[in-house]
Design a protein around this ligand. Structure first.
Ligand code: HEM
Ligand SMILES: *[C@@H]1O[C@H](CO)[C@@H](O)[C@H](O)[C@H]1NC(C)=O
Ligand SMILES: *[C@@H]1O[C@H](CO)[C@@H](O)[C@H](O)[C@H]1NC(C)=O
Ligand SMILES: *[C@@H]1O[C@H](CO)[C@@H](O)[C@H](O)[C@H]1NC(C)=O
Ligand SMILES: *[C@@H]1O[C@H](CO)[C@@H](O)[C@H](O)[C@H]1NC(C)=O
Length: 502
């Protein structure tokens, strides 16, 4: 214990000394560039910012972190700064700043120093953990699998969706849809990523799946905790986390080995084409590289990007429909008008009200509610500084830029006085916010590759649901409460009762 204390005190002293030294040099640089500091968070602990860290941890435990972020933006304005565990953080939802930090050509901001060393034991090197040319390679490896031609077949989605429909009570009794939607997506992601459902819906998972989900969750959570702890990440005990990482790799390797075997055969027979059932993300990548660790890292990272994302979106849409009878009625009318027509990308895309409902749901309940970037070199944010909050702000290398899409998406300056209300019609008639006022799928280089896949699958599932059920009622008085890990889902699930159409 005393050794730990000694390490802690030493680490803290080093941070302090380093900061005092840096501050003076940087202040000069910033003044020359006309920068002024942003409003300062009122710290109880202005040196390490332990207070802001603990407060956010507490809010997260109570499923109130998004509320806490919003409250702070209401108090301090669109851009403010704080110290969190010794790191300087600029919090901002100013579109001008987002535009700079998220723009395609900006190499001043990235993620690697924040993520790679904290996440590598779990998911190695890939599109989530690195910047620059390495990121570019990963991105190129993944991209073809998301082309329309590879994501527009709903046959297996329909098969699996029917299993979910079968679980729904037909006598209108209360039912939590959320866990079933997540099971559906664990299976669908298995199919998309490596060509095999992991048997969540059928209740007959393959043997190698045993213990995997818990290990994956523990591995994922460990990454989050290490990032949150920043310079103090050594305080997190590593043993059980590393075991969880290993177990996850063992699971992924089953599929990676199969893909490599396939690659071998494929090359031997010189048969230029992969059989259609192998059109999965992993096989797609295995055509481009035979490096086992590359394939494993990418596939674990793809699991991170896909787990609970589309599922949360669908659960949120159902929450909205169940709580807004007029929205449900208008949407059901549009669904009935489709009649017997095939539900392909083209038809679903032409369902304007449905698309507006999805867009508006992603505004109020963004699945990725926040994101952090780090300054890779000394750089300048265009606005948020000084008394009026409009002067440029200096961001020395290592500064964190923390944004809340959830707060941005409810900013009354952008959305008007009814920003908190669900109003699908606000998207009618060509209304379009700028790219940095509405960012459910991010923006710039790292923008989500699965945007079309996720929204089209949501369109399909909701349409099919409204064909099968003529009413969906909420069985829960509690408001939506975000439980945030990397993504946000409703902490209260999706308690509803449904009435079959026939
Ligand atoms: C509603 C569902 C989804 C939402 C709202 C969403 C949102 C996002 C966001 C905000 C980012 C940017 C992250 C950043 O800037 O750091 C992102 C990146 C990404 N997402 Fe999604 N995502 C969804 C579903 C999915 C699914 C299902 C997959 C895969 C099957 C996926 C694959 C990716 C990939 C590969 C990237 C990184 C692109 C790159 O760096 O090259 N997403 N997503
Ligand atoms: C937050 O949500 C989780 C998941 O539903 C739940 O277990 C927990 O009790 C919630 N916490 C509070 C304080 O409501
Ligand atoms: C990026 O491009 C925009 C316009 O296309 C330009 O205004 C801006 O200066 C560029 N930024 C960098 C860092 O090159
Ligand atoms: C779809 O995936 C296959 C292999 O899985 C790949 O060869 C093809 O290039 C992808 N389609 C497009 C249009 O990129
Ligand atoms: C696989 O790729 C990694 C990372 O790029 C590299 O370090 C390693 O040497 C490669 N392994 C083989 C067998 O080529």
């Amino acid at each position: 214990m005393s050794a730990l204390l000694l390490i802690l005190v030493t680490a803290i002293s080093i941070v302090v000394a380093y900061r005092v030294y840096l501050t003076q040099a940087l202040q000069l640089k910033a003044r020359r560039a006309g920068c002024q500091p942003a409003t300062r968070y009122k710290h109880k602990d202005p040196i390490f910012g332990l207070d802001i860290f603990l407060k956010m941890g507490n809010a997260m435990a109570k499923n109130q972190s998004l509320v806490e972020h919003r409250r702070r933006y209401d108090t301090y304005g669109h851009t403010y700064e704080a110290i969190s565990l010794g790191s300087r953080v600029i919090f901002s939802i100013h579109p001008e700043n987002l535009k700079v930090v998220w723009s395609k050509n900006n190499t001043d901001w990235g993620i690697q120093p924040l993520r790679l060393h904290n996440m590598a034991p779990f998911c190695g090197t890939g599109f989530i953990t690195v910047d620059g040319p390495e990121w570019k390679q990963s991105h190129a490896l993944l991209k073809p699998a998301f082309h329309k031609s590879n994501i527009s077949d709903f046959t297996s989605l329909e098969e699996n969706l029917r299993i979910v429909f079968d679980q729904i009570p037909k006598d209108g009794s209360k039912f939590d849809l959320q866990p079933w939607i997540f099971k559906l997506y664990l299976d669908m992601n298995g199919l998309f990523l490596f060509g095999e459902s992991i048997g969540m819906l059928s209740g007959a998972p393959p043997v190698h799946t045993e213990g995997f989900l818990d290990a994956f969750q523990a591995g994922f959570n460990g990454c989050g905790l290490r990032i949150a702890l920043g310079p103090l990440n050594f305080l997190m005990p590593k043993g059980s986390w590393l075991r969880a990482c290993k177990k996850t790799h063992k699971f992924a390797d089953v599929y990676v080995d199969r893909a490599l075997e396939y690659r071998e055969k494929h090359h031997l027979t010189q048969d230029g084409q992969a059989p259609p059932k192998q059109y999965t993300l992993l096989y797609n990548m295995a055509q481009q590289t035979g490096n086992k660790s590359v394939l494993r890292d990418q596939i674990v990272q793809a699991m991170m990007a896909s787990t609970e994302t589309t599922g949360s979106l669908i659960s949120n849409i159902v929450h909205v429909l169940a709580n807004n009878p007029p929205v449900f009625a208008a949407l059901r009318a549009e669904v009935l008008a489709v009649g017997e027509e095939a539900l392909d990308f083209n038809r679903l895309g032409r369902m304007e009200y449905l698309q507006n409902v999805i867009t508006e749901t992603l505004r109020l309940y963004p699945v990725f509610p926040q994101n952090i970037r780090v300054a890779l070199k000394d750089t300048i944010l265009p606005t948020g500084g000084g008394l009026g909050g409009t002067a440029p702000v200096f961001a020395p290398a290592g500064t964190l830029f923390d944004t809340s899409f959830a707060a941005l998406h409810r900013d009354k300056n952008i959305w008007g006085p009814d920003a908190d209300e669900f109003r699908a019609s606000r998207w009618n008639g060509g209304f379009k916010p700028t790219r940095f006022e509405y960012m459910p799928f991010g923006a710039g280089l790292r923008q989500c590759l699965a945007q079309e896949k996720a929204t089209m699958e949501a369109s399909y599932i909701i349409t099919r649901m409204l064909q099968e059920f003529k009413d969906i009622k909420s069985e829960d008085d509690r408001p939506y409460q975000a439980q945030v890990a990397l993504t946000a889902k409703n902490a209260n699930g999706c308690l509803v009762s449904l009435t079959p159409a026939t």
